[in-house]
Design a protein around this ligand. Structure first.
Ligand SMILES: [Zn+2]
Length: 105
């Protein structure tokens, strides 16, 4: 699903669960903050005025895998991964700076 959300903060309830205050935003707003065009086929999130993009990947399930090539192989299956041997992961990552070199001065 392709979306842009903006996170305004979060709260923690009595049971210790974190609730994020995410609200729908627009590509236009994300582009304004990022200062460049964004890929309409991807999902983005705005947090603390910074634009992050969604990355998703699958890898062998850590619960049942004991080989060495976790990116391409699969485990033998367990309840954690629904006996598929693979699990999906996702994360928000900062936009890659395509302007060129960046120095950590
Ligand atoms: Zn597993």
């Amino acid at each position: 699903m392709r979306t842009v959300i903006e996170r305004h903060g979060h709260s923690i309830d009595d049971q210790g669960f974190i609730h994020y205050d995410d609200q729908a935003s627009t590509y236009e707003r994300a582009e304004e903050l990022a200062g460049r065009r964004l890929d309409r086929r991807r999902s983005y999130a705005i947090m603390d005025g910074e634009v992050l993009e969604s990355t998703r990947w699958s890898q062998a399930c850590s619960g049942c895998y004991d080989g060495h090539d976790i990116a391409h192989d699969a485990g033998h299956g367990c309840s954690e991964c629904g006996y598929t041997g693979r699990r999906r992961n996702g994360a928000w990552v900062p936009l890659l700076n395509k302007e060129g070199s960046e120095s950590n001065g």
